[in-house]
Design a protein around this ligand. Structure first.
Ligand code: URA
Length: 242
C-alpha cells in the first residue's frame, strides 16, 4: 500500500557546492493549502534522522523528538490570528507589533499525543490541555472512543490537536469528530504531527477540507500493519518504554 518513491535532495548550507552536499530523503510535497510541511532544513533532517534510527537510545529519542515538537508548535502558532498591538519601548519609541487574538487549547490523543504536551506548554504557559483516548475495538477492529476530557469552553477556542504519527487517520478522524460534536468549527482545528502518511493526508482533505495539518514530514506510505514507512516504528513505545 506504499505510495511513490520519496524525493531525495541535496541538503546543507550554501558554502558547499550542490554536488558536494549529501543527498537526503526529503518530504513528499503536498499541493494543498491546508497542509503545512516544515521547511526541509539540514537541522530538521538531522533531527528526523536521529529519531528514525532504530539504534537511537530512548533518552536521545525523547530529546530529539522534543526538538521537532517544539518546531511544530512554533509553526502551528503561526496559523493563529493576530491583531495589531503597538507598544512603547524603553527608548520611548513605538514598535508596531501584534498579539494573538483568541484563546487556544491543546488536545492530545492518548497515549502518544501526550508526548507533545510538554512542547506545547513550553511555548504557551498554562495552556489548557484536553485528552481523548481512542482504541481499536477488539471485535470490530474499528477505532472506538474510550474516554475524553475537554475544556468546557472548547467551542470558543482554537484547538491544537496532538498526535505524533498520522498514519491511516482513523483515530485522528474520530478525535476531530468529537471536537466538532463539542462545537469546535473545523477551521479552528490544527492537527500537529511529526510524520504523516499520504493516505492520512488524503483522508483528511476529503473529510475535513477546512482543517489545517502541520507536519514535519510526509512519508512514503503504510506497511501491511499500517505502520508508516520508512517511519520510526511505534512512537509511544519508543518514547515511553524502550
Ligand atoms: N503509530 C505509530 O506509533 N507508528 C506508526 O508508524 C503508525 C502509527
Amino acid at each position: 500500500s506504499s505510495a511513490a518513491e520519496a524525493p531525495a535532495a541535496p541538503i546543507g548550507p550554501e558554502y558547499k557546492d550542490k554536488e558536494e552536499k549529501p543527498q537526503a530523503t526529503v518530504s513528499t510535497p503536498i499541493s494543498s493549502q491546508n497542509v503545512h510541511i516544515l521547511p526541509q532544513t539540514p537541522q530538521l533532517i538531522a533531527l528526523l534522522t536521529m529519531i528514525r534510527d532504530k539504534n537511537t537510545p530512548r533518552a536521545d529519542f525523547i530529546f530529539y523528538s522534543n526538538r521537532i515538537i517544539r518546531l511544530l508548535v512554533e509553526e502551528g502558532l503561526n496559523h493563529l490570528p493576530v491583531i495589531s498591538h503597538p507598544v512603547t519601548t524603553p527608548t520611548g519609541r513605538t514598535y508596531q507589533g501584534v498579539k494573538f487574538e483568541g484563546k487556544i487549547c491543546g488536545v492530545s490523543i492518548m497515549r502518544a499525543g501526550e508526548a507533545m504536551e510538554e512542547g506545547l506548554r513550553n511555548c504557551c504557559r498554562s495552556v489548557r490541555i484536553g485528552k481523548i483516548l481512542i482504541q481499536r475495538d477488539e471485535e470490530t477492529y474499528q477505532p472506538k472512543l474510550f474516554y475524553d476530557k475537554l475544556p468546557a469552553d472548547i467551542s470558543q477556542r482554537f484547538v491544537l490537536l496532538l498526535d505524533p504519527m498520522f498514519a491511516t487517520g482513523g483515530s485522528a478522524t474520530m478525535a476531530v469528530q468529537v471536537l466538532i460534536s463539542r462545537g469546535v468549527p473545523e477551521e479552528r482545528i490544527l492537527f500537529l504531527n511529526l510524520i504523516a502518511s499520504p493516505q492520512g493526508i488524503k483522508e483528511f482533505a476529503e473529510k475535513f477540507p477546512k482543517l489545517r495539518v502541520v507536519t514535519a514530514f510526509v512519508d512514503q506510505g503504510l506497511d501491511e500493519k499500517n505502520y508508516i514507512i520508512p517511519g520510526l516504528g511505534d512512537f509511544g513505545d519508543r518514547f515511553y518504554c524502550i
